[in-house]
Design a protein around this ligand. Structure first.
Ligand code: GLA
Length: 344
């Protein structure tokens, strides 16, 4: 493909209707891409360097393409994007990158995946390199996060950002990596997110510890993933590991129950499933905080049919299902499913 002197890529953040902490356990989830996201404008340079500016924070970064080196914060994503694309065999050109975004950072709406995905698409486009298929791209983006940023996250956010479909949630099976659009027809009901006010980072929270606990449970049970374990298996484990497994097993069941509820238009059942997911994330997976509990209570007081913590946990946003006669809920922002990442 010919080089482009300029390329602009947009990648959305995501909401997750249900299916939390299941992705790295080869389970199920039901996220959707949202309209907020990250835009990366790339302009070709005639030197093999990346000159990046993060407009929203007023910071710059600069490095040679053949030795990106490690860095912290947003710079780790830029260096990781260049490094992983190079490792995957892309012939990158030097470029100036201007990054702007509308997804709040550290809020559980996947600003990280939006950043990785927009960077990778912009770098490929400005270099005239063909895009690999979207699942391979999601895997590449997740390596940026795992190996350059230090968060052992799964593929939920990247697949949602890359494969998003207007008006649909995506039922993702993280064992087969099958992605099935599920129409999100809510009638008079709406999904909103509410900020708990508590910032989180996946690298700096208990996220990596939860992932390690699941790996320990697998090794005690002698299985490769928690996908096929049962509640009886959970009962054989030491108490903490048993609780983690109990969450994963029941959460996978709730994802398919939510798909079924949506197909029947059964909003009461969908709300009940959101509440059950939250209770499990709070009591079994132990990723809630007092600020998140307060946000969930506010949603319920406003009449939400269901509300739950969303994303990695330890802060961030809550997602709630509101009926047509819900009371005013301060700070609630409606989220609707939009299309996935694209070169503009
Ligand atoms: C974060 C991670 C995802 C996923 C969720 C929890 O968003 O990036 O991979 O594990 O937490 O469901």
């Amino acid at each position: 493909m010919p080089l482009n002197t300029h390329a602009v890529a947009f990648a959305p953040g995501r909401a997750n209707l249900i299916g939390e902490h299941t992705d790295y356990n080869q389970g199920l989830a039901l996220p959707f891409a949202i309209s907020d996201g990250v835009v990366v404008r790339a302009s070709l340079l005639d030197v093999p360097r990346i000159e990046a500016v993060a407009v929203d924070v007023g910071e710059r970064d600069s490095f040679a393409l053949d030795s990106p080196g490690m860095a912290r914060g947003w710079r780790a994503f830029v260096r990781g994007a260049a490094g992983e694309l190079d490792r995957a065999g892309a012939r990158l050109q030097g470029a100036e990158l201007e990054i702007t975004g509308t997804v709040p950072r550290g809020a559980g709406l996947s600003s990280s995946a939006a950043l990785e995905v927009a960077l990778v698409l912009a770098l490929l486009a400005v270099s005239g390199e063909a895009e690999p298929d979207r699942i391979s791209l999601a895997e590449l983006c997740s390596r940026i996060e795992n190996e350059w940023v230090g968060a052992q996250t799964g593929l939920l956010d990247q697949i949602a950002s890359l494969c998003g479909r207007n008006e649909c949630a995506l039922r993702i099976d993280f064992r087969s990596l099958d992605v099935r659009p599920v129409p999100l027809e809510l009638g008079d009901f709406t999904l909103v997110t509410v900020d708990s006010g508590e910032k989180h980072t996946n690298a700096g929270s208990g996220y990596n510890e939860r992932r390690a606990e699941c790996a320990r449970a697998c090794s005690v049970l002698g299985v490769d993933s928690l996908r096929d374990v049962t509640l009886t298996d959970a009962d054989r484990l030491p108490a903490v590991l048993g609780r983690r497994v109990r969450h994963v097993v029941t959460e996978n069941e709730r994802v398919d129950a939510a798909v079924a509820a949506l197909s029947r238009g059964d909003m009461a059942e969908l709300g009940r499933l959101l509440d059950a997911s939250h209770a499990s994330l709070r009591d079994c997976y132990e990723v809630s905080t007092p600020a998140v509990e307060e946000a969930v209570r506010r949603c319920k007081r406003a009449g939400a049919l269901g509300a739950r913590i969303m994303g990695g946990g330890f802060g961030g946003h809550v997602i709630a299902l509101l009926g047509p006669d819900a009371a005013d809920l301060a700070g609630a922002v409606e989220v609707r499913p939009g299309d996935g990442a694209r070169v503009l």
